[in-house]
Write a protein that binds this ligand. Sequence first.
Ligand SMILES: O=C(O)c1cc(=O)[nH]c(=O)n1[C@@H]1O[C@H](COP(=O)(O)O)[C@@H](O)[C@H]1O
Length: 271
Amino acid sequence: MTFKEKLDAAWAHSASLLMVGLDPDPARFPAELQGRPDAIFEFCRAIVDATAPYVCGFKPQIAYFAAERAEDQLEALCRHIRSHYPALPLVLDAKRGDIGSTAEQYAREAFERYNADAVTVNPYMGHDSVAPYLEWKDRGVIVLCRTSNPGGSDLQFIEDARGTPLYLRVASMVAETWNRDAQCGLVVGATFPTEIARVRERVGDMPLLIPGIGAQGGSVPDTVKAGRDSRGTGMMINSSRAILYAGQGDDWRTAAAEAARATRDAINAVP
Ligand SMILES: O=C(O)c1cc(=O)[nH]c(=O)n1[C@@H]1O[C@H](COP(=O)(O)O)[C@@H](O)[C@H]1O
């Protein structure tokens, strides 16, 4: 089964467009986990188990694990997700981008070591830097397009001679050439709904990873209206901190589950 097939099936059976981002920050962990050597794994495992009924997939952010020398806990978490929730896509957020020979190693890291269904990549170094990921035909390659942060405008809004901004050139390039085997998706921030709509218009039903609701303040209704594809799906709408840290006390698991359920419902309620 390819990434695209798995994602389509997950949207259908979960009836959810919400992706929970796993960005574990030990400083924000509940008291019961403080000081435990396996705290990162245990925190993320509990969040995954609590929120799984309400999501179309999970997106661990590799920097949070690597900075804590906790790659082994990321491996364990990826194994947990794949064995307990095999129908839910696992997107490794690594935003890689390097020359081809190095990219081959990053691709092995994402797809062999962590066995992710898809990985986020940076398109700035061009096609040969992304080609090694595309060799993994059953995996997804999700390319940064119009990122959610304000500084994304510094480069992504630069226009060519015909007035086309760079992020739309990226969208067209991915849709027309890089996506030969229907593996690609694009990252477009919920904080830029006008741009989500322009990307959607450009790329047809290509999957969009949309971070920026919740902690970054993006509007759920504006995001959904701009990003839906022709089938009413097509979006992995990511929320991390607003779900992970929804509860501060002993109720943190149920608070995360409630936040995920409420976010899924808010997405599904958009007319
Ligand atoms: O590729 C990403 O996931 C990503 C792209 C982007 O443009 N903006 C963005 O916030 N992200 C990631 O999405 C997550 C957002 O987290 P919250 O703001 O806590 O929901 C973080 O892991 C970011 O690294």
